[in-house]
Structures are given as C-alpha cells and as structure tokens.
Design a protein around this ligand. Structure first.
Ligand code: 0A1
Ligand code: ZN
Length: 893
C-alpha cells in the first residue's frame, strides 16, 4: 500500500513517541543555497518537484548524511547531480529520507505525490472550501516534500504553481510575481520569486477562485507597497477593516521600531478551515476567515478589535519572526512573545491603554496562571517536547510577552528601543535564540541581565508576600517583599527572579504621597517608584512619608506575579475608589470581589444564608455613577471575576458553588442598583451609526453590561428592552449582547431569539459560528443535550476547526456547570470527541483535551471520573503524538 492510500488515522503513532530536548540541539550539517519548487496542483494527487542546491557546513563531518524530513508523502523520483539515486544509496521511512556519501556541494531533485483532499489535519497542502492552501508552521512543510524542515535552514525560494485555469484562476506564493503563462491543456501557471531568506515554515501557496480588494501603503523611504486581501467573492465587502488595520500597523512599526516593509506586495488570504488564528508567511499571510473579515452587521466590537490586533501581529512578524527567525522550536517565544508584546502595545496606542492592559492581564490570569499551576506547566523557553504544536501556548505567547514587557520596564522605552535596534541589525537574516535577544538588550544598554534569564528557563508563577511598617515619628515607611515560586513538573527548586515592580503610596484623602526611596541614586521625592526585587527577601525604606500610607504595588502589572497584599476589604475598597493608577484601581476591585466571593462560597458550604456586604454594593454604585471615568473602564470594573479565575483561587474547585455565588452577587447588585442600571443603560443607548472607535466601543460595553444586570430582575419591561435591542439594532455588537443575555435565562424569548437569529444569518458561516458558540456557553441546565443535538445540525462539521471550537471547545472550556456535571457525562462526551477528532485533526483534538488536564483540582468523585476518561484516551491504540503528550502529562503531572 502506498502512503497516498493510507488514511490519516492509520499512519498515526503506535508506540511511545520520541521526546525532543533543547540541550540536544545540533547545527545542520548542510545549508541550502536555493530552492526551486514546481507544484502541479490536483485535488487528490498533487505533484511536487523540487531542485535543492546544498552546501556542506564548514564544521560538518565529511561523512555526515543528509537528513530530510517527510511524512504522508509518496516518493516518486530522486536525483543527485542529475543521476537517479539507487534505492541502496538512501534510507526511507515514514518520517525521514537519509542520504549518505555526499560531495561538498550538490544538487538534489525530488519528486513527490501528495493528496491534499485527504489532508484533514490542515498541515502542509490542503483543500479548504474548494481552494488550495498551505500551513507549514511548525512542521508542515515536510508534508509537501522531503526537506530539511527546521527553522535554522534558510534559503531563497522560486516557486512555480500550475493548475486548472478555470477552477483556480488565482495562484499565489511568497514574494514577487515573476512570470506567468498558459499551457494548452486548460492549465495556467505563475512563477513567484521570494528575494528574502526564509525557513520552510514561512512558505505558502494558495490557489483558488478568489476575489480581491486592493490598497497601497507608501513606506517611510517612499516605496509604494501594494496591499491585497483575497477572499471568496461573497465576502468581498468585509475587507475594509483589515486593510485599514494593516496600514495602521505598517505606520506604527515605522514610528515605534523604525521597521519598514521590504517586498513590493503584501497579500492576505482568508480561509475557512484553519487550525489557528492566522499565519505570517512571508509576504502572503493566511488568515482564519473569522480573524480578518468584518462588517458592522456581522462582526462585534470584540471581533473588530481582535482583527486589528491579529493583522498587526502577523505584520509585525515580518521583522520579529521572519527577517530574524528562531534557531529551533524551543525558541518559539523569541518571535511570539516579542510579537505579542508588539501587538499589545500597538492596540494600547490605538485604543485605550488601560482597557488593553486589563484585557491582557485577564487573559494571563485566567489561562496562563492556571497553565503554570497544572501538569502542562513549562517555561517560556520549554526544554523538551514530544509535539511542538502543543507548545503554542499562553505561556509561550502571553507570558513571553510579559517577559519582554519587563525588559522594557527595566530598561525604559529608549533603552529598550536601543536593544531592539541592535537585535534587528545584528541578526537580520539569521535564526537565533531568546538568549541572543537578551544579549542584544544587555549590549545596547551595558547592563547585566543574567538573573533576568530565569524568566525564560523556569516555569511557574512567582508569589510575593508583603510586609509593611510605618513609623509616624520618623516619617518612615518600610516595605519587605518575599518571593517564592511554587514547584512545577520537573522543577522543584527555583532560583529567585529579577522582578520589576512599579509602586506608589496613597494618603488617607486618596492623594498620591511623594516619598524618597532610600539608598538609591535618585534621592528626590517621587509619587511613583520602580523597585527591582532580585533577592528571595528584600527590604526598602521610604522617607518623608507624611502620613500612614496605603500601598499600591505592581502598578500597570509590571510583572507576571501574584501579589498577596495584606489588605482587608476596607483597604481594597479604598484602593478601588482612589488608586491613581487605573490598572491597580480595577485590580483592587477584582481582589475585593474575590475576597467576598470566597467568603460566600464558604458560607454556602456551611449552609449559612448568603448576604452581600452593603459596602460592596456601595462601591459598585459609586463606580457606576462616576462620570470622570472612561466608560470602558467602568464596564470592566463592574464585571465580576470569571468563574474560572475564581476556581483558581479555591483549594478544591466546586463549580456549582462558584456559579451559585456569582449569580447570587449579580442578582443582589441587579436589585440594589436597579435604578442606576436603567439610567446608565438609557444614557448610553444612543442609536448612532456604527463606528469602530474606542469611545463608541466603551459606550456599547457599558450599555450592554447594564442590560445584563437589568435582565437579572424579573421584569417584563426589561425583557422588552432586550428584545427591542435584539430586533432593532443594526450592529452585531448590540444584537449579540442581547442574544447572549437571553441565552443565560430560562425564558420564552431565549429560543425565539435563537431561532430568529439563525433564520436571518444562516447564509453567513461566521455568524453561524457565533450561534453555535452562544448556545454551547449557556449555563442553563441541559446544555450537554443541546450541544449533542447541535452536532447533528446540517451545518456542523467536525472537520472544521472553527465549528469544533465554537461548539465543543466552548462547552468544555467555558461552561463549567454543565461540563462538570456530577455524573461525568460531560467528561465522557469530551473524550468521545477527542478520540473522534484525533484521527482527523490531532492539533485540534489535543487542544480540546486540555479541558481534562486539571482534574486534580476537583472533588474526589470528579477526579475519578475525569481520570477515567484520560486513561481511556491514553490507552487508545494509534494515538497521535499531540494527544498522547497531553494525556500522558495530565496523568503524570
Ligand atoms: N505563527 C502564528 C501561529 C500559528 C502557529 C501554527 C499554525 O499552524 C499549526 C498556524 C499559526 C502566529 O503566531 O500568528
Ligand atoms: Zn505569532
């Protein structure tokens, strides 16, 4: 049987897969001087011809064999310097082609056949809604042809794409279009030449019947770049926002980092089937349609916001990732952490910095902190993996961004820019390490960042214990901070971190107190200081402090740590009202809410009557009525911490108690502030034309928060308000907000609205994804049954990652009361889906499975039920590496 005939499931792993270690890294023995590729596209049998010019590395052994990666390929021809290689001069298995006895310089020609239609894993070359597209990061290129598929082999590519002209009128690849022509059998061809050096993971090819929108951008040196967005014709009206965002990103990178775009054309293609959000292939980004297409009727503010940031993210990779790339996949955060930091700063600059910071910290706390505390915990630079696809994580991306942000905080914006300038110029065209990045920061600023490097090598979230003392007679305030990082799998003892902490002191009337930080060079009184915590325990003294202060520590979240403040609810309420730092004001509100919720969970367990403190309601009332605050900040301040973040704060997670307590508080706030919610709702319910602007978004978010509290009251008028907003709004933000609110309430309007929404939008796959997702997230009883019914809906397909994420993913990861049903039915359902998906798309299967990984956090009964399903999966024959790694780590960890 040839590889082409094998199904995906049959060719998956059988035995314990190999672990790859960082400390086993070896430079490649052969470098590639040039790559010529020719694709003859065919749905089930695409022919790929490559001509590769190799050169042995000077330090390599003369006997070194050439190792080419390859999987799911059928080798058809193999020539060395024009001569066909005899079968006994090479070795071939399911993963590799090994060639021995090679001269110093040589040319290799390889012919392979591949089957894009059978490629449900969506790695390599595959079909999506009738178009060909590729996804090569991290190790997808090896599914196209035999190749040194590692990022430290960079080369120049020339690519010819041949396909039927009628079916595939648009043929794209990286770089600049060089030539095109027609064959006399109805096919045509286009040749692309990419002048830049690139690794194979940045290769891309797209072929299809696509419409396009064009724009242009003139770079800082005066070059005109053509910008093109390709999509199915029916979505061509949804391209404006992405093109606008792209121009904003190009300008911002010139202004902020001095980085200019380098090719004549920048292309983006929207595809319907994609494992992730988007991909930064050189000059030819491929985007998940849901992360690029938008119109005000079909996309929410959040979608607009996300598109702006993902467009920027992929664009920024052109420098942080493409021109300077990763030496190996352990260095993934070199490009991802840095690029996320760049896109977060971009979004902050274009919108509201405080709102952006709060959103980013919410993601970090809700997802990264819990990853760091579970069996999948790994450093920002992991040191081993089985399947690299499992390491596209919140730790590598978001904690990685926090690490870069700390460098910026330590060095200051100017020092940081000096560092990035040196990094880009020193390493342009190279494949480097996170250590090279830190070294550039050190060299440009003549500082020693040796201790800082622990952030890259150690997993876990450090915890800070605070002690303070005030001496009124001496006007001295002293602060002691102890740092401790809990053990993580494989790392019991941790070295102390270098932690930058912005802090200030606040007087009793809410005014910032200036003080002098003793024993530092700058001996002047300041309202804010940046502390550098480097020891396990450290002590600071501040002089000239006129009254007993309240401490505001970690302002703007200057480090990804947990700060255990010794403050009671009264002090937190004070900070919630008065901290001049917007982030810390919000954070004090969250900490206050958590204290109250944890206490109520205790009361619930001991059978006490639940009662919400009047001071908490009052704090909410004051915030809701504070006209000086940005409305988006008000909305964020009045959003209770999520159930999952709350779960992280509990010793044993009781999903029902958490849900009940959170609902109880919402109910109390809804009733006690009934008039305020209504007034603020009405004040902000202005029926203006939709604009994507920070101000309008803020207004909509506050209005919709109010509406959600209004619907907590049993009041027909409020239901009518919600219905009218649902029926009459012309923008998806308001429509979806109303629908989501109904969706959490057991009332007749719920099903009516869901049905009406589907009727109206069934032709638009992006909106239908929302419809699935909303229902999967409903905390009403019976959600699992409804999700199972929706899986049989004619539109649902388990082969489409967006639909899987919307329905199955949302249910398992964001519907705790239903997923964790005490009979274990949610767990069984998840395991069934993971096993069904593993044969089709292992990456997506492995991601889903993560919802079971934190089983040790639950009560004994649930632990047994979750473990049972993990064992069932782990014992399944023929598991993919992806799922095997998550299942086995979850069971060990
Ligand atoms: N580099 C992309 C993320 C990405 C990673 C893997 C993919 O396929 C398996 C696709 C995209 C980014 O950071 O945007
Ligand atoms: Zn990225």
């Amino acid at each position: 049987m040839t590889t082409l005939e094998k199904t995906e499931a049959e060719s998956l792993q059988a035995v314990s897969p190999r672990v790859v270690y960082l400390n086993e890294y070896k430079k490649p023995d052969y470098q590639l001087d040039s790559v010529e590729l020719r694709f003859e596209l065919d749905e089930t049998c695409t022919r790929v011809y490559s001509r590769l010019i190799f050169r042995r590395a000077p330090e390599a052994d003369a006997q070194a064999p050439l190792k080419l990666d390859g999987s799911h390929l059928e080798l058809r021809s193999l020539k060395l310097n024009g001569e066909t290689l005899k079968p006994d001069s090479y070795m071939l298995d399911d993963e590799q082609l090994l060639i021995q006895n090679l001269p110093k310089n040589f040319e290799l020609e390889v012919g392979t056949h591949i089957n894009p239609q059978a490629n449900t894993a969506l790695e390599g070359l595959y079909l999506s809604s009738g178009m060909f597209c590729t996804q090569c990061e991290a190790e997808g290129f090896r599914r196209i042809t035999y190749f040194p598929d590692r990022p430290d082999v960079m080369s120049r590519y020339s690519v010819t794409v041949v396909a039927d002209k009628q079916k595939y009128p648009v043929l794209l690849s990286n770089g600049n279009k060089q030539d095109a022509g027609e064959l006399d059998d109805g096919r045509h061809w286009v040749r692309w030449q990419d002048p830049s050096l690139k690794p194979s993971y940045l290769f891309a090819l797209v072929a299809g019947d696509l419409a396009s929108r064009e724009d242009s951008f003139t770079t800082m040196s005066g070059r005109k770049v053509s910008l093109q967005l390709f999509t199915e014709a029916e979505n061509i009206h949804k391209c404006e926002h992405a093109l606008m965002s792209l121009k904003q990103a190009m300008k911002w990178d010139e202004d902020t980092y001095g980085r200019e775009y380098d090719l004549d054309v920048y292309m983006i293609v929207a595809v319907n089937d994609f494992n992730m959000g988007a991909m930064e292939n050189k000059g030819l980004n491929v985007f998940n349609a849901s992360c690029v297409l938008a119109s005000s009727e079909t996309a929410t503010d959040q979608d607009y916001y996300r598109i702006q940031s993902i467009i920027a993210h992929e664009y920024f990779h052109n420098w942080s990732g493409n021109r300077v790339t990763c030496r190996d996949w352990f260095q993934l955060s070199l490009k991802e952490g840095f690029t996320v930091f760049r896109d977060q700063t971009f979004s902050a600059d274009l919108n509201s910095p405080a709102v952006q910071r709060i959103d980013d910290v919410n993601v970090l706390r809700a997802h990264q902190f819990s990853e760091d505390a579970g069996p999948m915990a790994h450093p920002v630079r992991p040191d081993h993996y089985i399947e690299i696809s499992n390491f596209y994580t919140v730790t590598v991306y978001n904690k990685g961004a926090e690490v870069v942000r700390m460098l910026c905080n330590i060095l200051g914006r100017e020092g940081f820019r000096k560092g990035t300038d040196l990094y880009f110029s020193r390493h342009d065209g190279q494949a480097v390490t996170t250590d090279d990045f830190v070294k550039a920061m050190e060299d440009a600023n003549t500082v020693d960042l040796n201790q800082f490097r622990n952030w890259y090598s150690q997993a876990g979230t450090p915890e800070l214990v605070i002690n303070e003392n005030y001496n009124a007679d001496a006007r001295l305030y002293s602060l002691t901070i102890r740092q401790h990082c809990p053990p993580t799998p494989g790392q019991v003892e941790k070295k102390p971190y270098h932690i930058p902490l912005a802090m200030g002191l606040i007087g009793i009337n809410g005014k910032a107190l200036s003080s002098i930080l003793e024993n530092t060079k700058a001996n002047t009184a300041k309202p804010e200081h940046m502390l550098a915590l480097t020891k396990p325990e450290q002590h600071w003294t501040f002089s000239g402090v006129d009254e007993k202060p309240v401490l505001s520590l970690g302002r703007g979240f200057t480090a990804p740590v947990k700060i255990l403040l010794p403050y009671d609810n009264e002090a937190l309420a004070f900070l919630f009202a008065h901290d001049p730092d917007e982030f810390n004001r919000w954070d004090a509100g969250q900490k206050l809410a958590i204290n109250i919720m944890l206490k109520l969970i205790d009361d619930y367990h001991t059978g006490k009557d639940l009662r919400l403190e009047a001071s908490f309601i009052e704090a909410y009332r004051l915030t809701l009525n504070n006209k000086d605050l940005d409305k988006a900040l008000v909305a964020q301040a009045l959003s209770l911490p999520s159930e999952s973040y709350l779960a992280d704060q509990c010793e044993i997670v009781d999903v029902d108690a958490i849900h009940k307590v959170r609902e109880f508080i919402r109910q109390q706030l809804a009733e006690s502030l009934a008039d305020d919610w209504l007034r603020v709702y009405e004040e902000n319910d202005v029926n203006a034309t939709y604009h994507f602007s920070a101000q309008d978004m803020a207004q909509r978010s506050l209005k919709n928060l109010c509406l959600s509290y209004l619907l907590e009251q049993d009041n027909g008028k409020h239901r009518q308000r919600c219905l009218s907003q649902f029926q009459n709004s012309d923008n998806m933000t308001d429509v979806l907000a109303a629908l989501s609110i109904f969706n959490q309430h057991d009332m007749a309007e719920r099903q009516q609205a869901l049905d009406a929404f589907y009727d109206k939008w069934q032709h638009d796959r992006q909106v239908v994804e929302k419809w699935f997702s909303i229902q999967a997230g409903s905390s009403l009883a019976g959600a699992l049954k409804r999700v199972q019914t929706l899986m049989r809906h004619p539109v649902f397909s388990i082969k489409n990652p967006n639909l899987v994420r919307s329905l199955i993913g949302r249910f398992c990861a964001a519907n705790p009361v239903n997923f964790h049903l005490s009979d274990g039915s949610g767990y069984r359902y998840l395991a069934d889906q993971v096993l069904a998906l593993d044969g089709l798309n292992p990456q997506i299967a492995a991601r889903l499975l993560q919802s079971l990984s934190r089983w040790r956090r639950f009560d004994t009964m649930r632990q047994i039920l979750m473990r049972e399903q993990l064992e069932r999966i782990a014992g399944h024959p023929g598991l993919s590496k992806d799922v095997y790694e998550i299942a086995s780590r979850s069971l060990e960890g």
